[in-house]
Design a protein around this ligand. Structure first.
Ligand SMILES: [Fe+2]
Ligand SMILES: [Fe+2]
Length: 209
């Protein structure tokens, strides 16, 4: 059996190389952008609340902030989501889409409004927990203090999103514990596939491509 991929090892490799680092930042910008787009589309207009709208806007702002950092490190080439400006973008998108489908499948029997509300809450909850973990590992290994300062603001907002959805879930979903216990290991499996693709993309031959 192969060793589990350590995120720390990958991040150390990434931050040591400016172009790779710019590609990493743009990949996370891309994921934030997908999150922004998904939140906007996830709700029927009649149940779009101020809290959900502000969550979407903040994810959009994270996408922009990370892209600006990517451009600062890598130049104007990074002013797009062209595949070569990211690291394993397909795997990054697959992580989010698979997680979304997995959660939605749990609520398949419910009416549309309940299904979209619960899918939004669980997908957000799982992604925010993962994002906090990944951004914290990245922050701890970052040599650039200006990027650390930008990440602090982003982390604060992600932490608040997590608290907001957790509060909504624990107050409105009586099956929270069972559903969380069921979905969390599934997210872990989906994330480890993403990590495997990330490690593969950072192999010397692939990284030089
Ligand atoms: Fe975000
Ligand atoms: Fe968030």
């Amino acid at each position: 059996m192969s060793e589990p991929v350590q995120l720390e090892t990958l991040v150390m490799k990434i931050v040591a190389d400016a172009r790779l680092h710019a590609r990493w930042l743009n990949t996370f910008s891309f994921m934030e952008y997908i999150g922004f787009r998904k939140i906007v589309k996830s709700q029927l207009a009649e149940q779009m609340t101020a809290q959900i709208l502000s969550h979407a806007m903040e994810e959009g702002r994270h996408a922009l902030g990370l892209k600006k950092l990517a451009m600062k490190l890598g130049g104007s080439d990074f002013d797009s989501y062209a595949p070569e400006t990211m690291i394993c973008p397909e795997a990054a998108e697959t992580y989010i889409q698979t997680l979304d489908k997995t959660c939605e499948a749990q609520f398949a029997a419910l009416p549309d409004t309940d299904r979209s509300r619960l899918t939004y809450l669980y997908v957000t909850w799982l992604i925010e927990k993962r994002a906090l973990e990944v951004y914290n590992v990245y922050k701890a290994l970052l040599p650039q203090k200006d990027i650390v300062a930008k990440l602090e603001g982003l982390l604060m907002e992600e932490g608040r999103h997590l608290q907001d959805v957790e509060a909504a879930m624990t107050s409105k979903d009586r099956q929270f514990k069972e559903r969380a216990d069921l979905l969390q290991p599934q997210e872990e499996a989906i994330y480890s596939i993403f990590l495997g693709h990330l490690a593969e993309a950072l192999q010397p031959a692939a990284a030089a491509a």
